[in-house]
Design a protein around this ligand. Structure first.
Ligand code: ACO
Length: 333
């Protein structure tokens, strides 16, 4: 079954509650209509109810069933502000500052998650990545044992011979500009876990570089080799190898030639890029020139699921991202 179909079916079963802070944005409203119609998730929209309802009415969009919460007047403001002070008093957050920050729906949405009032958030249709991520980093923070949040893409190809039945997982393509070896190792391990949890594949992780097994000498090559070693030592069961070039990772003959005996070379299904420049450019090259569908970025390593949209996103991108976020939120007892 195709990945998105499976993700949507699981979301329908889970019925998690997702907050959309950009509540008066047109694509977000159209996505809300579709999400509610298909029963993919419960939805809270943030914004002024009169404004949101007027836009929906004018555009003929039904958002019946969505909860609308106004960050400027909601009765939870004081509760959230107290929680913010508790969490970041040491960073100078006072009640006054917190109440001011809560006027920003991106902070309000994150505090709804932190207080357990919703299960996840999707934003970024009209806000830059950094503005979506910063409140999440500050208040939701990372999972225990994880220090970096990163972003993966499921790259879906028409040619089912590529990767795992036509799918490759790419990371980090969205968050960490220049990870060190420890952070890169963590990104590799987290990505393998996400690939398994969300797409149900057995990860074979290639740590990409411009060198394969010492064919070039440079500190950037050393970083990838060290990251591979750290990840492998901490996770002896993980199939991971590197450093290796992209052709060695994907093409069996090249993999065997450049890295003989490797269980990953030539048959990798998870590609970990050495930094955000190559990761972000790499996924866009494959998307634009090879015509692959890019599903993501799916943010991983955060203590609760928060996902960022591209500002060029379509209505179906938002629907899909809500379904993915609902999956990440998992079972609620
Ligand atoms: N994981 C977890 N926490 C992080 C991370 C991370 N990757 N990066 C920063 N933080 C935390 C810091 O520890 C800090 O926490 P603290 O305030 O409790 O001490 C807080 O976030 C702020 O840290 P700064 O270093 O001040 O981070 P800054 O806000 O300057 O930058 C940001 C973080 C916005 C994510 C930055 O790394 C960034 O802009 N990354 C690139 C994002 C991007 O533009 N991606 C490409 C577009 S996406 C696409 O094309 C699909």
């Amino acid at each position: 079954m195709d990945l998105l179909k499976k993700i949507k079916e699981n979301a329908i079963r889970l019925q998690n509650h997702i907050v959309l802070p950009e509540g008066s944005e047109l694509r977000t409203l159209k996505a809300t209509e579709q999400i509610l119609k298909e029963k993919i998730a419960r939805i809270t929209l943030l914004g002024n109810p009169a404004v949101i309802e007027a836009i929906a009415l004018k555009e003929g969009i039904s958002i019946t069933g969505a909860r609308i919460v106004d960050p400027a007047t909601d009765s939870s403001r004081n509760k959230y502000a107290e929680l913010m002070v508790q969490l970041r008093q040491n960073k100078g957050v006072t009640i006054e500052k917190a109440l001011d920050l809560l006027n920003d729906p991106l902070y309000f949405g994150v505090m709804m998650i932190k207080a357990g009032d919703v299960d996840g958030e999707v934003a970024g249709a009209i806000n830059a990545t950094g503005d979506v991520l910063r409140p999440a980093f500050q208040y939701v923070k990372t999972l225990p044992g994880v220090s970096v949040v990163s972003g993966l893409f499921f790259m879906i190809f028409k040619d089912k011979n590529i990767g795992d039945n036509g799918m490759l997982v790419f990371a980090d393509c969205a968050v960490m500009p220049d990870p060190d070896a420890f952070q890169l190792a963590e990104i590799a391990v987290t990505t393998a876990a996400s690939a398994k949890a969300i797409a149900n594949i057995e990860p074979r992780v290639a740590m990409l570089s411009f060198s394969t097994k010492g064919s070039a000498q440079h500190e950037l090559v050393d970083k990838v080799a060290q990251a591979t070693k750290i990840a492998a030592e901490k996770n002896p069961d993980l199939l991971i190898d590197g450093e290796m070039q992209l052709d060695a990772a994907l093409v069996p003959e090249v993999g065997q030639l450049k890295s003989p005996g490797s269980k990953v070379a030539g048959r990798a299904n998870v590609l970990v890029f050495p930094g955000l420049e190559s990761g972000n450019i790499g996924y866009k090259l494959v998307q634009r020139l090879a015509g692959a569908e890019a599903i993501g970025p799916v943010l991983q390593g955060m203590a609760a699921p928060i996902n960022d949209l591209s500002r060029g996103c379509s209505v179906s991108d938002i629907v899909n991202m809500v379904a993915i976020t609902a999956n990440q939120a998992g079972e609620k007892i």
